[in-house]
Each structure stands twice: as C-alpha cells, then as structure tokens.
Write a protein that binds this ligand. Structure first.
Ligand SMILES: Nc1ncnc2c1ncn2[C@@H]1O[C@H](COP(=O)(O)OP(=O)(O)O)[C@@H](O)[C@H]1O
Ligand SMILES: [Mg+2]
Length: 266
C-alpha cells in the first residue's frame, strides 16, 4: 500500500476559539494513494478546516500531516495538490479554455506535465463551451470548468470541498460520473467533502464520518461497490444498505458530538 495521505494525532485550534473545543482533535487518517475518500459530518465538525490543512493553507497545533511523504506546504509548492471549492473561482475576463489553461501557463517553469485544456473540457462534456466566458455559463457548467482546471496540472492529491452542493440533483449526478471518469484516468487521490450520503456512497472507496465539537473521526466505512460505478450498480439493493449504514453512523456521530453552543436544549 503506497502511503498517500497520513494524518496522525492532528489537533487544530482556531485563534480565539474556546480552548476546550478545538476545531479538530486527535484526527488519525490513512488514505492510500489513488483512493477516493469522502468526508461527511455535521456542519462545524471541521471538514473544511481539515481540507485547508491538507492543502497547506493553514497550519495545525499538534500531530503530523504528510502527503506522499511531504508536508502539505511542500506538496503545494510542487503543485501536487489541486483544490476545488464550493464556488468556482474563475477569471471572468478569460474564456473557459483560457481559464483551464491558466494553471499550466502560470506554472510553466515548474516542469509539471500539463493536460491540454480541450481534452479536459471534453472529459467534462464542455468542449462546445471552450470559447465562452464564465458569465455565459450556468452554475453546473462553471463547476465543470473548475473540475477540469483542477486536473490540469495532474495533481497527485485533489481536495474538493462540497463542490457540487449548490447544484440541482440531475446536474450533480452528471458531474459525479464525469469526476469518476477523470479520477480513474488520472489516478489521483481524492478527498471529497459532501453533505450528501448518496453522493459519498456513489463516489467513494471509503467514507470518513466525523463528529463535531470537537471535530473527530467517528468512523471509517468501506464502500465495497464494484467499479466503474455505472447506473445499474448505484440502483442496486447493496447501494441502499450502504446508504443506510452511513446514515446510521451519522446519527451516532451527531449524538456523540457536544450540543452546539447556539442550540438551547428543549
Ligand atoms: N478562521 C476561523 N476562525 C475561527 N474559527 C473558525 C475558523 N474557521 C472555522 N472555524 C470554526 O471551526 C469549526 C470547524 O469549521 P469548519 O472547518 O468550517 O467546519 P465544516 O466545514 O465541517 O462545516 C467551526 O466551529 C467553525 O466555527
Ligand atoms: Mg465546510
């Protein structure tokens, strides 16, 4: 098993937060390279914080984090990490093609191999929109461009923070399959944050269920559905069993977390 992401005893306190309520406490995670892992859990359990730490955007207070044997900051400098957030940040004055080509242009001297933008756009079904500008696209199309752009530098690790949560069910499903197609071709490790149980099951090899206050790993569930995940597989009875297991685990995780400070018990 190649070590992909290794997190040991990770604890993170945001400045000014209550000392007894770290955003993340004692997180242990081991994600083999090329796996697809989802993080799911109640709001405020630290999913985004964990992703930002993995991306090298934030430090931590205790424990260790390594991506392919490197620190997140080093992996990030080497452009080994791709990040897709909830709202796609595209440059409005550039065409779709130019937006997807941008990481390659900016990092030309890094020596990284880059995928041609048109090929990436084809993989997300957007070859016809290459010459359009972001304001001409729907939310689903914008998110597709963001996914294509994230793959441009062939990242070893792709971090996605609720990338499809603002989309309608139909668009979301289409994007899930396109993402799986790209992931399978590119052999990237993906850490995917979602609120949707179904989405987590459809996409993942493993689902990390987190509990809140403090943010901890509650349980890690295996998703033993065959790949590629076609529509028949995700309609089958085993899919529903898995969804039920994740829901039950989420409920236990929710009970395990301390009550939010802003919720007064009835
Ligand atoms: N920059 C910050 N400063 C202080 N507290 C923060 C900051 N970012 C997040 N938090 C707190 O850390 C906890 C985890 O937040 P977050 O990682 O955004 O959770 P999630 O993504 O699971 O909803 C929350 O209690 C949140 O209020
Ligand atoms: Mg979040």
């Amino acid at each position: 098993m190649t070590a992909g992401i290794e997190v040991r005893g990770l604890t993170k306190r945001h400045p000014g937060a209550r000392p007894d309520r770290p955003a993340l406490q004692d997180i242990d995670l081991e994600i083999p390279h090329r796996r697809f892992v989802s993080l799911i859990g109640p709001s405020g359990c630290g999913k985004s914080t964990l992703l930002r730490i993995l991306a090298g955007l934030e430090g931590h207070d205790a424990g260790s984090v390594s991506l392919l044997g490197e620190s997140p900051r080093r992996a990030s400098r080497r452009k080994a990490i791709g990040l897709v957030s909830q709202t796609p940040a595209l440059l409005p004055w550039l065409t779709v093609r130019a937006n997807v080509a941008l990481p390659g242009k900016v990092n030309r001297r890094s020596g990284k191999e880059v995928d041609p933008p048109d090929e990436l756009l084809r993989a997300v079904g957007l070859e016809d929109a290459a010459d359009q500008y972001p304001h001409q696209l729907s939310g689903g199309m914008l998110q597709r461009v963001a996914v294509a752009r994230a793959f441009a530098l062939r990242p070893d690790v792709l971090l996605m923070d609720e990338p499809f949560s603002a989309l309608d069910e139909f668009t979301r499903e289409a994007l899930q399959y396109q993402l799986l197609g790209l992931w399978q071709r590119r052999a990237t490790t993906v850490v995917f944050v979602t609120h949707s149980v179904r989405e987590a099951v459809v996409l993942s090899d493993e689902i990390v269920v987190m509990s809140a206050r403090p943010g901890r790993v509650h349980e890690v569930l295996d998703v033993d559905l065959p790949r590629p995940r076609d529509k028949d597989i995700v309609k089958g009875p085993h899919m529903h069993d898995l969804e039920d297991r994740v829901r039950a685990s989420l409920q236990r995780a929710w009970k395990a977390g301390a009550a939010p400070d802003d919720l007064v018990p009835l």
